[in-house]
Design a binder for this molecule. Structure first.
Ligand SMILES: O=C(O)CCC(=O)C(=O)O
Ligand SMILES: [Fe+2]
Length: 518
């Protein structure tokens, strides 16, 4: 599951370097092989040129006759039935297979394609721009580049075809149509030029695009694409039948009206619009005079250790109570934590009944770091404790969860606290997750904000900062206002670390109250 962690994707670069070296060896060997064959061809050509002048005299020479017969009975056989090409190919294949374990799987290709479609949706990106390497949003006919990539890349017809096919296979024509449109356009531009690395062809793209249009009710377009397809493949029986069907449908229905493409409905439909708006913008940011109870300060929590170096604190929201602590961690500490976590990263899971499951709505890898594993982790625990006054020693808090997001990696709106008594959160037997302390271990170039759905604001990824909020009301009930999400990472390698503090052990810091609002 390479696609769920950008760290793993980065490692794939060195695998491809290895493959490149093997391919170079293969090319050299094949060139050498063809050189040898060319030499043989030239030798025989030269002989024939001489023979041509006086064939009778030449054949009278028994040495000439012998070598002719020898060539035909031996040399030609050796050339024509040589295994060298196959041996070279087999060497190339086995060197590829040696890398097998480190190569992405089909699910990675699908996951990466879905990640791109997620970015397209959440950030309202134009597919025709993405294909040109641009991150452009078009609203009311106005184009805005929401990010200028440092490294730009153009997608090929085949690149688009495989994305379109992933959508097509899920019967998701909302996405298959624009991606296959681009694929057809690019394949047409390439003029049917064959590339050995391509999986799809113009015909394949036309076929899938025609059917996608048919499925969304755009029959006349499906028909014209099918005609174009028949031009390349006139005897394709299936397409001939489709054409017949489309023509009949058109006669029966009269001129068709194009049905607008509708996005597939997701499980989070109710909050999707707010969530996506918060991912695209920072939401409504109250200004000081609108809410004078929001403030920033240098905070010591009356802790002697913080007196000399107070922490820059900003109260972001009162309901729910969310604060950000700037420069909570140093660059070096962040790098060290990431380094520790890296070998232990595994696909992130979510609570599903009594168990844990991998889901599409959380695309990342994570690792749990114990305080005893490195003194940095212990130091962070101490610092969290000093700032929040909370007891973060196990089992009153969970180990530090380090998370690395993947391609279009995200965590859709969720609660950190358990919402059912059977949740694995209760396995620690120290109650529910009363608070979250989340550290940003990296920055990102675009996307990846933390969005608070009902509270209507989002926090951009700010390296070295940490955010804190209470998940539970003082009476122990979950605070619905804390519904939050990690927006899809548009550009960058996002890392966070979560410290989840439990109810028990905090009795004097988070006192009970009968007021359900508190
Ligand atoms: O990555 C983020 O911004 C949010 C992560 C989060 O909510 C979580 O890991 O529970
Ligand atoms: Fe969360």
């Amino acid at each position: 599951e390479m696609f769920t962690s950008l760290q793993n994707v980065k490692q794939a670069i060195s695998v491809e370097r290895e493959l490149m070296e093997n391919l170079k060896t293969y090319i050299d060997q094949e060139l050498e092989r063809l050189e040898d064959i060319k030499r043989f061809h030239a030798k025989v050509s030269n002989l024939h040129a001489e023979l041509y002048n006086s064939p009778a005299a030449a054949m009278a020479n028994p040495l000439v006759s012998y070598t002719l017969i020898k060539r035909l009975r031996s040399e030609w056989l050796n050339v024509v039935y040589s295994n060298e090409a196959l041996e070279n190919l087999q060497a190339l294949r086995s060197s590829y297979e040696e890398e097998e374990a480190d190569l992405p799987k089909t699910e990675d290709l699908q996951g990466a394609a879905k990640g791109l479609m997620r970015l397209q949706d959440v950030y309202a990106l134009q597919v025709s721009s993405l294909v040109r390497g641009l991150f452009r949003r078009v609203t009311d006919g106005k184009a805005t580049d929401i990010y200028m990539p440092v490294v730009s890349i153009l997608l090929s017809g085949d690149d688009c075809f495989l994305i379109g096919k992933v959508a097509y296979e899920q019967e998701d024509y909302y996405h298959s149509v624009p991606w296959l449109e681009e694929s057809v356009r690019l394949f047409r531009l390439a003029g049917g030029k064959w590339s050995p690395e391509n999986e799809g062809t113009l015909e394949d793209a036309l076929d899938h695009l025609a059917f996608s249009h048919f499925k969304v009710g755009n029959i006349s377009y499906a028909l014209s694409l099918s005609h174009e397809l028949l031009h390349y493949d006139p005897t394709n029986g299936r397409v001939l039948l489709n054409v017949e069907k489309y023509e009949k449908l058109l006669v029966a229905a009269g001129p068709t009206r194009s049905v607008g493409l509708r996005r597939p409905t997701s499980t989070y439909l109710s909050t999707r619009d707010t969530y996506e708006r918060l991912c695209r913008t920072q939401g409504s940011q109250p200004i000081h005079f609108e809410n004078p109870r929001l403030y920033c300060d240098y905070f010591t929590n009356n802790n002697p250790a913080l007196l000399l170096l107070p922490v820059k604190r900003e109260v972001l929201s009162l309901q729910p109570y969310v604060v950000i602590y700037h420069n909570f961690i140093t660059d070096r500490e962040a790098e060290e934590i990431k380094g520790f976590a890296q070998p232990a990263l595994r696909r992130s899971v979510v609570a599903s009944g009594e168990n844990q499951a991998t889901v599409e709505y959380r695309i990342s890898k994570s690792a749990w770091l114990k305080g005893s594993e490195s003194c940095i982790v212990g130091k962070l625990d101490q610092r969290i404790s000093m700032l929040t006054g909370l007891n973060v020693r196990p089992p009153y808090a969970e180990y530090l969860q380090v998370v690395n997001y993947g391609i279009g990696g995200h965590y859709e709106p969720h609660f950190d606290h358990a919402t059912s008594p059977s949740s694995p959160v209760f396995k620690l037997k120290t109650g529910n997750r009363v608070a979250t302390f989340m550290i940003y271990l990296s920055s990102v170039e675009a996307g990846g904000s933390t969005a608070f759905i009902y509270a209507n604001f989002s926090v951009p990824v700010l390296k070295k900062a940490a955010i804190f909020w209470w998940n539970l009301h003082r009476n122990g009930r979950g605070d619905a206002e804390t519904l939050h999400a990690g927006c899809p990472v548009l550009i960058g390698d996002k890392w966070v670390a979560n410290k989840w503090v439990h109810e028990y052990g905090q009795e004097f810091q988070h006192r009970c109250s009968l007021n359900p609002e508190e």
